[in-house]
Design a protein. Structure first.
Length: 667
């Protein structure tokens, strides 16, 4: 670089010096970026605070140290804002912490990230809290927090505000008939605005936790003014039958394929160190004429997106039914898929495992690979007996599942005929850049919509030619929410996409004419990729809503990083997943991290292994809510964020600017 060029640079570097470098201490990062810890500041995140504290109490119960939990919702200034959760467990430690002289262990737990008793496995064999951030995050995001601990027949208390101690730990006196921990908190309006607790939501949360562990009694209480027809002022939950009781209440009087539900539990085998690997409990029913529902839990924490424990259950049920079909001479049973078994079923699964791995801090999806094997092995034997011990019951269930299989295969055959007809009779009318699949084999067909020719080239080499088609698109497609109908019709990218799908648009949209079973949006794992995916989802929501409603639309989950330590490699979806892998699987190892700038940078083998192979990939299904009110709320949100009025977007961004990760801005 020449001296002239150096001279041309402005002096001072734009005030970028040591004073521009911030060091966030204590709980400051939580208040600065709450979305990194609880997923945002919306109503779901607000109630996630309650779940974090309740999970700690449940961990005491599951560990065998508590038998009772109380949840009390009270009003502050006439609004339901204060929640108190109390257990009769061991009580938080109150002695001085050896690494923090002058501070009690209680204060360290409440005011220091990544502190807790769930890392080593000595205090809890299984637990819902893993990262040592739960209760400290609640404390950081609450304007008032008070913790009382009854331990060693003495009562202690300490108060905090926005994570800052309001004084030292106090010894309040003797408490000979009391033990355990009580946490009372009021979420901070500076973070959450005017949000308040929903009594019905908390009531259901308390009830569901009681179902998940038969040995605990959960007491509910709220201010009389908050009580309603659905939420009593006081209630006591205790269910000796666990998930079985929960399922029978949920199914109610509906007629089922079999009068007996498939329920049970099983301890996992000990590991090589002689430690328990946990246990699994399940309850499954097959009501007639039902859309079905699923509830997945790990260590009493809901995992709404399922995960590896779900995969283990699906595999166990499917393989058992195939084997039973072969036993009774139904050769076609070999074509049964997991979707045939699970469609319309009411399913509840709860696992307790050591050191579980989740997709994020909000724990929406379990990613522990061993969970699939443990659950499959435990459930498979029980389901084999369930089918074979009563042949009439087994035949009834097999017949019902095979009816769904036959219907699925019939629809697939019809689509295949239409697809081949369109390909042969109208081949010139298909988009030239579409690389179609042959449609042969037993697997369902898929169309991957990929970003750009580079990614399209890798995807074409990585695909299964029989079942996977590739359609590259050029960058960011038209935002249909803010475009006129004429502009939409004239757009070549949209025309190619509609032609490839073959099912029509708007009032002419007929999902039965769809040429593929799944439509998968596969974009780069970065901000631009997310923007393109958002534009495509907006297109499908507005132009082909029935296709979305029937569950044909998916989002691929390509990795952002590849982590390598020696001969061991793993892929991370995002920064949070990378941090989780580095702190867990690769802890203490020298890790080489490579970042994929786009799908085109991945070789076909990597792309197939991580993103396209049905055996190893993860997909997110995009759906629309069934209730009219919720569908209208989705439409309003799409109009607000993608519509013609920029003021709506400006207000949305301005109101949520504090949630934006600075790293994303810099990127």
């Amino acid at each position: 670089m020449s001296q002239d060029l150096f001279d041309a640079l402005p002096a001072g570097g734009g005030d970028y010096d040591s004073s521009a470098i911030e060091v966030l201490e204590g709980l400051e990062p939580v208040r600065r970026r709450p979305g990194m810890y609880i997923g945002g500041t919306d109503e779901r995140a607000y109630h996630h605070l309650a779940a974090e504290v309740l999970d700690n109490a449940m961990d005491e119960a599951v560990a065998g140290h508590a038998t009772r939990i109380e949840m009390v919702l009270e009003e502050v200034d006439g609004q339901p804002r204060r929640l108190t959760i109390t257990d009769n467990g061991r009580g938080m430690p109150v002695d001085e912490h050896p690494k923090f002289p002058g501070k009690s262990t209680l204060e360290v737990i409440l005011s220091t990230l990544h502190s807790g008793g769930k890392f080593s496995g000595k205090a809890y064999a299984t637990s819902g809290g893993l990262h040592g951030v739960g209760v400290s995050v609640v404390n950081a995001l609450s304007v008032e927090t008070r913790v009382e601990v009854a331990r060693g027949k003495e009562l202690y208390a300490q108060s905090f505000s926005r994570g800052v101690p309001q004084g030292p730990l106090q010894r309040l006196g003797a408490a000979p008939n009391r033990r355990g921990t009580s946490v009372s908190f009021v979420p901070d309006a500076e973070i959450f605005g005017d949000r308040v607790f929903n009594a019905k939501r908390l009531f259901k949360l308390a009830r569901s936790k009681a179902y998940l562990f038969a040995g605990v009694e959960i007491r509910w209480r709220c201010s009389p003014s908050l009580a309603s027809e659905d939420v009593p002022a006081e209630a006591v939950f205790q269910f000796p039958g666990g998930l079985s009781d929960h399922l029978r209440e949920q199914v109610g009087t509906r007629e089922c394929v079999t009068s007996d539900f498939f329920t049970g539990s099983q301890d996992f085998p000990l590991n090589e160190a002689g430690e328990t690997q946990g246990r699994v409990e399940w309850a499954v029913a097959w009501p007639l004429w039902s859309d079905g529902s699923t509830s997945w839990y790990c260590n009493t924490v809901p995992t709404p997106d399922g995960g590896t424990h779900e995969a283990g259950l699906r595999t166990a049920l499917t393989r058992s039914l195939r084997a039973f079909g072969e036993l009774v001479g139904q050769k076609k049973a070999k074509d049964i898929t997991a979707d045939d078994v699970m469609t319309g079923a009411e399913v509840m699964l709860s696992v307790f495992i050591r050191d579980p791995q989740f997709q994020s801090q909000t724990k929406d999806r379990l990613t522990s690979p061993e969970a699939a094997r443990l659950v499959e092995n435990a459930v498979r034997d029980h389901f084999d007996h369930f089918l074979a011990d009563n042949m009439e019951r087994g035949r009834a269930l097999l017949g019902s599942v095979m009816e769904r299989m036959d219907e699925r295969l019939r629809r697939k055959a019809e689509r295949e005929i239409k697809r081949k007809t369109a390909t042969s009779a109208k081949k010139l009318r298909l988009p030239g850049k579409l690389t179609d699949c042959s449609g042969e084999g037993d697997a369902e067909t898929e169309l991957f919509i990929v970003e750009g020719d580079s990614a399209g080239g890798s995807a074409k080499q990585a695909r299964d030619r029989k079942t996977q088609a590739i359609l590259p698109i050029r960058g960011k497609i038209l935002n249909v929410a803010s475009a006129s109908a004429d502009k939409i019709r004239a757009n070549s990218e949209i025309a190619d996409l509609a032609l490839a799908l073959g099912c029509g648009m708007r009032k002419d949209c007929d999902p039965s004419q769809l040429r593929y079973d799944r439509v998968i949006i596969m974009t780069d794992a970065d901000v631009d990729g997310a923007h393109i995916a958002t534009l495509l989802m907006t297109f499908f929501f507005q132009e082909m809503p029935e296709l979305v409603r029937q569950g044909h639309l998916y989002l691929a989950q390509p990795p952002l990083y590849r982590l390598t330590a020696g001969k061991e490699s793993a892929y991370a979806r995002d920064d949070a997943h990378r941090a989780e892998l580095e702190a867990g699987r690769f802890k203490g190892k020298k890790v080489e991290v490579s970042r994929f700038k786009g799908l085109g940078e991945m070789n076909p083998q990597q792309l197939r292994e991580t993103t396209m192979d049905p055996a190893t990939r993860s997909l997110i299904r995009i759906t629309l809510p069934a209730e009219h009110e919720q569908r209208y709320a989705v439409k309003e949100l799409v109009d607000q964020l993608m519509g013609k009025n920029p003021e709506h977007r400006f207000n949305f961004i301005q109101n949520r600017a504090g949630e934006v990760d600075r790293d994303l801005i810099d990127a």
